[in-house]
Design a protein around this ligand. Sequence first.
Ligand code: NAD
Ligand code: UDP
Length: 338
Amino acid sequence: MAILVTGGAGYIGSHTILALLEQHHDVVVLDNLVNASDIALQRVEKITGRNINFYHGDINERSDLQKLFSQNNISAVIHFAGLKSVGESVKKPIEYYKNNVSGTLVLLDEMRRAQVKKFIFSSSATVYGTPESVPLRETSRIGGTTNPYGTSKLMVEQILQDFAHAQPEFAITILRYFNPVGAHESGLVGEDPGGIPNNLMPYISQVASGKLQQLAIFGDDYPTIDGTGVRDYIHVMDLAEGHLKALEQIHKQQGIKTYNLGSGVGYSVLQMLKAFEKASGRSVPYKIMPRRDGDIAECWADAQLAKEELGWTAQRDLDDMMRDTWNWQKKNPAGFQP
Ligand code: NAD
Ligand code: UDP
């Protein structure tokens, strides 16, 4: 039996397959490489000494899925594939709904046809919109998303609720990630955003390496500890291990479950910057700029439910996140480009 990982060549997917292979699972990856490199998969094979059964294909293509399901004995699907840039989603809503919503529908339909009944979905804290209060619990109000990316995650969550109701023999786990950062400790795999990064950590590390000139901090007038935005950053290997725990549980689970995967602690942009400077020994010049459209002041998880039901908590702290981010950046200044 193997685990199908869609989007397994991407940032979170590659770290998760690494953890799966180390735990002796067999892994099949489906990825169209629209935002990833197959070098990531080769590196994972190198670290683990295991083979990945890779299909270069698309979740929207029924024939790709049918081939894969007929050639492998798949016990569960971990579904990372999708597009993830908030800004790009505003400019290309059709592409975002097609990949993230329609693609998931095709995948679920083909899973039903192939009688594969365990599904773990990558959702996001973005489904909470503007929080009424923090920390965010799984029962907190969802909705009020401000861009097609966020809305696509919300729509899939809703579809999964309806699907689970209609197909009680399916077990479905929705994982709402907070802010994934860091890299595998080997420095062989990590986040390779391509172009100018949108997210804070890759931006900071590229300034530190001299690739970018200075960080723009989007707003210092939020009602937070120092005026800059606060988020719940989680080490990508902790996140990967969260998927392993979800997978263990899904074999005993009935119906649909939703979990926050966050550390439960919030850090401001300035706190992140200072921690990175300490870990890297580099200074990161910055300037304060106006707030970015659609940003919220603060957001962090109540991660209690994942602890109680999955036996999972984040193990790595801020220093680990910064050390591993810098290690990856130093060793791979051009990402996965040779
Ligand atoms: P990523 O872009 O690195 O990985 C996504 C992978 O999916 C890529 O390898 C890409 O090539 C592949 N892909 C995209 N469309 C595809 C398609 N139609 N068919 C096959 N493969 C396709 O992103 P990531 O950061 O690893 O995120 C993984 C998942 O987690 C995504 O669904 C994302 O929305 C979600 N998520 C990410 C974050 C984050 O901050 N990184 C936060 C919350 C949720
Ligand atoms: N941020 C910033 N400058 C950047 C990128 C991000 O000040 O170049 C801030 C952003 O306003 C937010 C935090 O860093 O407060 C995290 O942003 P990111 O885009 O990484 O994640 P988000 O939580 O927005 O998905």
